[in-house]
Ligand binder design. Structure first.
Ligand code: 5GP
Length: 115
């Protein structure tokens, strides 16, 4: 039986709505439904990659495009001087949606190390 599409695949397919911030041919950026900062946007590749761990050398260009979009999101949201990008890889690291995504967070003080 085919795997159930992830919630992010359903957003890409237009089956569920999302508050889109930026989009191009390769990547989509939309607001996190449960924001942990004033700016909390998720950047995903349109091609489904499960996680950074499952990404391969063939994905390098796409990963770079996602990171460029992370910075474009920060710029658009006005937090380009101080923002954080997080990619949880694996359930043990807190990954709950198994379609690679980068959290772009800003708009408040960001302590280090993260909890
Ligand atoms: P993870 O825990 O996998 O690193 O992050 C998944 C993120 O996706 C969480 O921050 C969660 O709030 C967000 N999320 C889960 N379901 C939805 C949804 O349906 N729409 C949006 N916009 N974000 C979601």
């Amino acid at each position: 039986m085919a795997d159930e599409p992830t919630i992010f695949q359903k957003i890409l397919d237009g089956e569920i709505p999302a508050d889109v911030v930026l989009e191009n041919d390769d990547c989509l950026a939309f607001r996190d439904v449960n924001p942990q900062a004033p700016v909390h946007v998720l950047v995903i590749p349109k091609r489904p990659i499960v996680s950074l761990h499952t990404a391969t050398d063939a994905d390098v260009e796409l990963l770079g495009k996602c990171l460029r979009m992370c910075d474009a999101v920060a710029e658009k949201e006005g937090c380009q001087e101080a923002y954080r990008v997080i990619a949880n890889s694996g359930a043990g690291a807190g990954q709950s949606v198994f379609h690679l995504h980068f959290h772009v967070m800003g708009g408040r003080e960001l302590s280090w190390p993260p909890g």
